[in-house]
Design a protein around this ligand. Sequence first.
Ligand SMILES: NC(=O)C1=CN([C@@H]2O[C@H](COP(=O)(O)OP(=O)(O)OC[C@H]3O[C@@H](n4cnc5c(N)ncnc54)[C@H](OP(=O)(O)O)[C@@H]3O)[C@@H](O)[C@H]2O)C=CC1
Ligand SMILES: CC(=O)N[C@@H](CCC(=O)OP(=O)(O)O)C(=O)O
Length: 392
Amino acid sequence: MSATGFSSTCFNRSCSWKVEKLSKSKKQHEGKPFVKCSMRSSDRTSQSTVRIGVLGASGYTGAEVLRLLANHPQFEVTLMTAVRKAGEPIASVFPHLATQNLPDLIAIEDANFSDVDAVFCCLPHGTTQEIIKGLPMHLKIVDLSADFRLRDISEYEEWYGKPHKAPDLQKEAVYGLTEISREEIKNARLVANPGCYPTSIQLPLVPLIKANLIEAKNIIIDAKSGVSGAGRSPKENLLYTEVAEGINSYGVTRHRHVPETEQGLSDAARSRVTISFTPHLIPMSRGMQSTIYVEMAPGASIEDLHQRLGQFYKDEEFVILLENGVIPRTHSVRGSNYCLINVFPDRIPGRAIIISVIDNLVKGASGQALQNLNAMMGFPENTGLQYQPLFP
Ligand SMILES: NC(=O)C1=CN([C@@H]2O[C@H](COP(=O)(O)OP(=O)(O)OC[C@H]3O[C@@H](n4cnc5c(N)ncnc54)[C@H](OP(=O)(O)O)[C@@H]3O)[C@@H](O)[C@H]2O)C=CC1
Ligand SMILES: CC(=O)N[C@@H](CCC(=O)OP(=O)(O)O)C(=O)O
């Protein structure tokens, strides 16, 4: 019994121990995650618990992994790293996570990876490949950066402008677009989690290209992202004054998600696909929309495209084809792992407009990463991911 005369079961993950309630009012917090486990995390580790490291836990995708894991009964965060924020408790970096029982942030050099079973790498591009190289072989790794997404190392070096530091690891990395590569992901040790734009584009296009319902040429993508897509590190172009009340195109003709997207579409087409892609930064914190203009194959109709996507994703929990005419909105996926898609007739005969929306931090990053680790560890893919969208 706690001082308030009330005890409750720890809400965080698989802990079945009694915990002390922090609030005076039982009614106010009953059944909600406003309880703090009084045990040390090492006491809670049991055989069924998977010990998780979050590298880069003080960034946006790291924070999102932590938020999602609060609802995961088997994954227990035992290691969290940072650079500028190393040494700080998570509550001082992210007060919204203050009620979770999490270890303090430490420098990666001080991490003991033998006490961890799996890691989410939420680190900047280029740093990940060096760090992963030094990790023990028993670890399952989901890398959220772009370091292992491009199979062709020379293409990586061309688009990222530097030599790849772990080309051997690239060979074993599996590209983690879950709904498309599930079987390989299940057996992978290292998964390269897709970029947010490539996720929102490939999910609708891959099934259509595979079924020869659209031409794998003349594909035009106009995409928009919320500002969290650029990470939490301060940058001049991300200042409120630069982003608010405006729209900023960037990476015009040369965004690094072009080769990643073309790689996936080319695999689907079994021939080289090139795309026109222009991303935009828009004044919202999270969310992403890709509006995609395609040429239908001779004889194909909007109904054929709609039917194919509905059929392809009928057993998928997270990819949803909307009813005819319903417009996907970023508000309808905010905070969730869903991708909503729909197909519309273009005024130009023979062409179609496809709209796809995701939350860049969830299906576009941490949610898909958790979906992948679930698959790799043999858990139901939706574990910890059953958040309804936050609307409006
Ligand atoms: N944001 C998004 O929507 C998406 C991001 N991604 C990718 O995920 C990765 C993480 O992105 P995001 O969370 O947005 O980035 P942030 O900039 O928000 O966070 C980066 C994290 O990495 C740490 N870090 C910075 N430099 C180093 C270093 N040299 N060595 C070790 N750790 C370091 C930071 O620590 P500290 O804060 O202490 O400096 C922080 O914890 C990136 O590769 C990004 O491209 C992928 C899909 C979508
Ligand atoms: C708004 C914004 O800046 N977005 C990022 C994309 C974030 C993402 O998906 O992915 P990766 O960085 O992991 O490739 C960009 O355009 O570079």
